[in-house]
Design a protein around this ligand. Structure first.
Ligand SMILES: Nc1ncnc2c1ncn2[C@@H]1O[C@H](COP(=O)(O)OP(=O)(O)O)[C@@H](O)[C@H]1O
Ligand SMILES: O=P(O)(O)OC[C@H](O)CO
Length: 508
């Protein structure tokens, strides 16, 4: 419902996420006016494979846009721009003449391209990809997923070479459909999303011909790379007909923007399905020697791009979902806190959720999940505690790597995302990091970042200083853990991590 104190105009942001799509309407102070959200099906055709039905996603996006506008009690005339943010790396190919996806989208968590990545590593070399794209060769990224589709969907490569097929991450899919689809939809992506394909040169911000050749991806299918904040086109049809589509950012970069981390050294960590910490490193890419990714943070119009170092953790909130849906140990995600709080500690158990291999700082796709330290003493409550601790320890490993790569000591961590409503987790995080953890008033920083970028593009906000003024602290947790205990437990965690590695051998 529209806040009695809120008056228009507004910005609408669409977040096409891993588990759901949502639309949020924001006012000029960056306050939420209305939200609508819808989950989509998670498809697991084989162990390690994860897919989404892109047609279902587009239907949901249209519904949540209409839903949010209706709940806000406004019309499209009150909306000045639409911002897009999205789950990154999830890869789709579709027919440009019919608008039909040629296959389900392959989700970022999917590990089917492991063998392909190993082969590329042997033939072309790890370093070559990292140097040009900032990314290690891993099944996480979009380029190998596109290659897999081209190799495995019958007749697709020929159709692609004839110019009948379009490639996109979910930003491209949503923007193309939103701006008309087969009826003149624009085929674009932004620099942040393109920086996750493993096909874009991080220095030139263009598709890299040599990498396209080695990855066997035809240039004809690729979208045009644009900045993160500019008008790509006007929405055609639907609840926001005629409104400029004016930003696109990968969801983690959008959260960096929404948390107003505009200065070098500022960082945020988002706790959703996975967890992703990004640190603004200014207008030059910084190489990582400690397992982090170098990525584009954002680019506003024709200004210089801002780069970021990223620590990506594949499984955090999804481990809580797994406890709920696959194990049936809790009935809701929030219940994990009650269960974990019923015991003092983890009872000696450590849970390393290497369900998609291990991402940062290890990048080991041969790893698989482990619960270590089990005895008959351990109860489901200890496991619940180990589940929450897994998120906090994985974050600690990332902050250690960030400090080594950037030379910047963590003084406080800005957090956001669905898991931050868990107080026990936030306290544990502060304890394990030995630093304050701070959550802003608007925890929906992903949508907020997309709204901010769109608003800047159409002059709704004058500059980033105006956005900073909107950031307000809602909650803070400070460390309470004994230092010796922390270091002892960290060692046990690292021992458990070692036990996940090498589970899959070459034949798998
Ligand atoms: N109280 C909670 N404690 C722990 N995890 C939670 C809690 N509430 C939600 N989650 C987890 O957070 C995730 C949802 O957060 P969200 O930011 O919406 O994720 P995403 O954008 O990745 O879809 C889910 O994986 C869910 O299991
Ligand atoms: O949709 P989320 O919030 O799980 O984010 C997924 C990331 O963008 C994957 O890189």
């Amino acid at each position: 419902m529209t806040d009695a104190h809120t008056t228009g105009p507004f910005i609408a942001a669409i977040d096409q996420g891993t588990t759901s799509s949502r639309c949020i309407v924001f006012d000029k102070d960056g306050r939420i006016v209305a939200v609508d959200q819808k989950e989509h099906e998670q498809i697991f055709p084989k162990p390690g494979w994860v897919e989404h039905d892109a047609a279902e996603i587009w239907t949901n996006v249209q519904e949540v846009v209409a839903g949010a506008i209706e709940k806000a009690g406004i019309t499209s005339a009150d909306v000045k721009a639409i911002g897009i943010t999205n789950q990154r790396e999830t890869t789709l190919l579709w027919d440009k003449n019919t608008g039909e996806p040629v296959h389900n989208a392959i989700v970022w968590q999917d590990t089917r391209t492991d063998a392909l990545c190993k082969e590329l590593g042997r033939n072309v070399g790890q370093d070559r990809y990292r140097r040009e794209t900032g990314l290690p060769l891993a099944s996480y990224f979009a380029g190998p997923k596109a290659r897999w589709l081209l190799d495995n969907v019958e007749g697709l490569r020929e159709r692609a070479e004839r110019g009948e097929i379009l490639f996109g991450t979910m930003d491209s899919w949503v923007i193309w459909n939103l701006t008309g689809g087969v009826d003149g939809g624009v085929h674009v992506t932004d620099v942040t999303n393109a920086s996750r394909t493993m096909l874009m040169n991080l220095h030139t911000m263009e598709w890299d011909d040599k990498i396209l050749q080695s990855m066997e991806v035809p240039a004809a299918i690729l979208p045009e790379i644009r900045s993160s904040a500019e008008v790509y086109g006007l929405a055609k049809g639907g609840a926001l007909d005629g409104i400029p589509v004016a930003s696109a950012l990968g969801d983690q970069q959008a959260a960096l923007f929404g948390q107003t981390c505009f200065s070098q050294g500022e960082a945020k960590s988002t706790y959703g399905t996975g967890t992703f910490m990004l640190m603004n490193t200014g207008d030059e890419p910084v190489n990582s020697y400690n397992g982090l990714l170098t990525t584009v943070g954002y680019r506003i119009g024709d200004q210089k791009a801002v780069y970021a170092l990223e620590g990506s953790i594949a499984v955090t909130g999804s481990l809580v979902q797994w406890m709920r849906d696959q194990m049936g140990l809790i009935n809701s995600a929030a219940e994990i806190e009650t269960l974990a709080s019923s015991v003092e500690d983890n009872g000696g158990a450590y849970f390393v959720p290497a369900f998609s291999g291990l991402f940062a700082p290890y990048w080991r796709s041969d790893a698989r999940g482990v619960i270590a330290g089990l005895t008959r003493y351990v109860t489901k409550a200890h496991i619940a505690r180990a589940v929450l601790e897994a998120t906090a320890w994985q974050t600690r490993e990332i902050t250690d790597a960030m400090t080594k790569d950037s030379g910047v000591e963590l003084t406080a961590l800005k957090v956001d995302g669905g898991m931050t409503s868990n107080n026990l987790l936030m306290q544990t995080l502060s304890d394990f990091l030995d630093a304050p953890v701070v959550r802003p008033m608007v925890a929906e920083t992903t949508c907020l970042g997309a709204a901010y970028a769109a608003g800047l593009a159409v002059g709704f906000w004058p500059d980033t200083d105006a956005l900073r003024a909107n950031w307000r602290r809602a909650a803070e947790w400070t460390p309470r853990m004994d230092a010796d205990k922390r270091e002892r437990e960290y060692k046990s965690w690292l021992k458990a991590v070692e036990r996940t590695m090498g589970w899959l051998d070459e034949e798998n």
